[in-house]
Design a protein around this ligand. Sequence first.
Ligand code: FE
Ligand code: FE
Length: 395
Amino acid sequence: MPTERIGLMGGSFNPIHMGHYDMAQAAMQAAGLSKVLFIPSGLPPHKQIVEATGEKRFQMVTAAIGRDKALVPSRIELDRQGVIYSVDTLLLLKKQYPDSALFFIIGEDTLYELPSWRNFETVLKLCTFLVVPRPQDALRQQSREAALKRLAALNARIQAVPMLPRNISSTGIRDSLKQGHMPDTLSPAVQAYIALNSLYGFPAWIDGASPLVDRLFDTLSASRFSHSLSTCLCARELALIHGVDAEKALLAALLHDCAKCFKAERLRLILSENGLTHDPRLLLSGTLMHSLAGEFIAKTEYNIIDPDVLSAIACHTCGKPGMNALDMIIYLADKIEPGRKPYAGLETLRELSRTDLRGAVTASLKSTVQYLQDNRQSIHPMIYDTLDWLQTQTQ
Ligand code: FE
Ligand code: FE
């Protein structure tokens, strides 16, 4: 008996969109898969990729699916040279997962092309095909039946995945981007990624962000990378609503968690060696150290010199007395970005953030205090200092 049932989603992901995500979810449900590997292609035989490099497409895939532990970006095709055929990838994966059952997730249109795949008969032995419906016409219905007959004669294992066909195409998305329109069929993190890197001809939100994004990608976990990008989207929107410099908001949002994935000992060392704090309560708190260390890392490793950006990074966990609108936006965007798992009061906080920054920060800090009290965790005095100061501002 196979130990694990693994789904495979291949493609150029140029760019990855919600249709890909829905396909993977539907396939997982239908076939009881424990995970799905997303495999961006290196140099596909029939397509010339000019719009985004393999590396950028891999980062986009990570941004899109990084928060779902069951969805795993795979470099198996990107790290190989030359033309790569599915049969080679399947053979490699079989070696990597000898006891697992492999399920190739394909759109119905690909079903018709299967017999022309290289070493097709070997491919059939290595995996089951999970076929996702596509919008189609009557003519295709005929070729579908012919293909199915041919596949059945070869004992192909094919399972239909029930889902409503969606009409999202990467080509259409690239066309929209070229015209400066951001499609909502892209996940929030991918939207921010494309705009920060100015991919597909979309006008850049800020100049020179690409190397910062690359560096973050190398130091953050997949889920933190995705969160940081979604925070950018949210921070920019709040900055535009509240008349705050959107470029500063984007930079601070992008880098707010740049030290979040460092180990506690490393954070403690950064803070103590550089004399950034001697506060024993802060030095014992894993979560609070990363904002202050993040300010330092943003300065020394990402070459950020703008004091406003640095301040917003430093106070994104507890706020501070005297925090300005940019500080509040970063504090809030971190808590309410579109990829956040739902929590009590989230929607109210999102609404309030659009109309009343101080009120929203107050509400969020109060619910943090409540949460920490309920869970008998210690509360850093800075939270109370911020709340006291906010109260003097609203009087
Ligand atoms: Fe953080
Ligand atoms: Fe964060």
